[in-house]
Design a protein around this ligand. Structure first.
Ligand SMILES: [Zn+2]
Length: 98
């Protein structure tokens, strides 16, 4: 697998957390209504798994390309990449041409 850049990782991570949340919330609501409880129980679990996977990608790959330090404070994942690395102060530039 190709190494993810921090900007790509941020995008993937955000999308996975948003998509996983949407799947989990809808499934839990329908599951609560008693509609196809087995199916929506499984989908709710899958949604949660996608959220967790998104967080893991964020934690592993949203790091400074210079020093490898995390580009976020605390347990919360960033919705965007900061302009400067909080650890070493290197300016974080988005990949060109994108
Ligand atoms: Zn750094």
């Amino acid at each position: 697998m190709k190494k993810l850049g921090c900007f790509q990782a941020c995008r993937y991570s955000n999308r996975m957390v948003i998509a996983g949340t949407a799947v989990a919330v809808v499934s839990i609501l329908l599951w609560g209504e008693g509609i196809l409880p087995v199916l929506f129980g499984v989908l709710a679990a899958a949604g949660v798994a996608i959220i967790v996977a998104g967080c893991v990608i964020g934690n592993r790959f949203i790091v400074c390309p210079h020093c490898g330090g995390p580009l976020y404070d605390g347990p919360r994942l960033p919705t965007h990449i900061p302009q400067y690395c909080p650890n070493c102060g290197t300016k974080i530039e988005p990949p060109g041409g994108g």
